[in-house]
Design a protein around this ligand. Structure first.
Ligand code: NI
Length: 163
């Protein structure tokens, strides 16, 4: 079931989410709902607090329209933690379903390692680069109450998406 997406300035977007402790049917339903919500909004990542669920859950998926771009296979992660970040950084333009119509340049580590749990509770470690590294960092920030404007250079702010 598609759920409403919270947008700024909803205070829940700025609060840390709670760890997932039960890996049962309720979590699987939340993941399914988040995937449907993300698809309907044409997003490539979504975090629990964005649908008002203050739980450490994220989903991501991207199917490019051109073969030149890399796809992101669907991934749902609970309790993700960044365990390593590369010293090299990269500046990319980010958007967010909770800040519709806006985008901004954000500098983040180019590669990360993330540990977390799949919806069945099993533990996993992901070595990410490229778009996956970027989306993981953006969504994990959501779970800590951080939005991408908080990561932008001082004195800069999101601007309307240029189409
Ligand atoms: Ni976002």
């Amino acid at each position: 079931m598609k759920r409403p997406i919270l947008t700024e300035p909803d205070p829940r977007l700025h609060q840390p989410a709670d760890p997932v402790e039960e890996f049962g049917a309720e979590l699987k339903q939340l993941v399914a709902d988040m995937r449907e919500t993300m698809h309907a909004a044409r997003g490539i990542g979504l975090a629990g607090p964005q649908v008002g669920e203050m739980k450490q859950v994220l989903v991501l998926e991207y199917e490019p329209e051109s073969a030149q771009e890399a796809a992101l296979p669907f991934l749902a992660l609970a309790n993700p933690r960044i365990t390593w970040t590369s010293p090299e950084t990269i500046t990319l333009t980010e958007g967010c379903l909770s800040l519709p119509g806006l985008e901004g340049k954000v500098t983040r580590p180019r590669r990360v390692r993330v540990k977390g749990q799949l919806p069945d509770g099993s533990r996993t470690i992901i070595k990410a680069s490229g778009l996956l590294a970027r989306v993981l960092q953006h969504e994990i920030d959501h779970l800590n109450g951080i939005l991408y404007p908080d990561r932008m250079d001082p004195g800069t702010q999101p601007l309307p998406i240029q189409t």
